[in-house]
Write a protein that binds this ligand. Sequence first.
Ligand code: ZN
Length: 268
Amino acid sequence: MEIISHAYIFLGSDEDTTQRAIDLAKKVNCENMDLAPCGFCKTCRKIQNKTHPDVAEIYPDGVSVKIEQIRKLILSLAEKPTEGPKKIYILHEAHTMTPQAQNALLKTLEDPIAESIVILLSNNLKKLIPTVISRCQIQDFSEFDVKPILSADIRRKIVDILYQNTQKSEFTGFSEYVKELSDVDENAEEILEFILSMYRDILLAKTNSSAAFINKDLKPEILKYVSISTVDSILRALDLVYKQLKAVKSRGNKNLIWYNLLIGLKEV
Ligand SMILES: [Zn+2]
């Protein structure tokens, strides 16, 4: 039996994630628990038709979700559900929340109410504050090619270089790691794409997400990172790798890219 979290981030297009959120709302409120979500009970149908009183959808007011909207949500959270066991709040384009709105929501996420589930829909994790992200379970429904490009041996070698580099105090062996990384006989773009997918996996593991790893075969190596990283440092690492990927695409100097990457990852 899957454990239901009190807060989620569903990553992907608004259309896809909305349906996933509706499905979750049905699943926890369905009248036929053995079949949940059955899709045909009165509750399931009301939720699908968006007429269920315990399922609320919040959209940005203009360009952002404002603190007043989050305050209203928090007030409503304190009330018991009227029909089913759980109240569901679906927050569209959650990344448009103002910093004040995110901070207000954070307090609620830290002190969850058993009868409610908050689902943040977003396609841009980078605009959410790390403390909000770390309180939610991330489910990634975005569409991308989930097959690793590089061979397992190569990927393992890269993870090993990165791990050694971040674990060593000061700059012991630093230039050696830069050399080892530039000696990996693969396209720099593909190496960086892999490193991005690796940090994405680390983030999923860190937030106890049940979403599938891209690098399933590297799970032991990825779990090693989980204990030495914070959500904040993982997001900074993702940002850093992404910057180097952009530099590669604009034909930057390869050695400089590996140097910047490794020095940056030591500091995240
Ligand atoms: Zn049902």
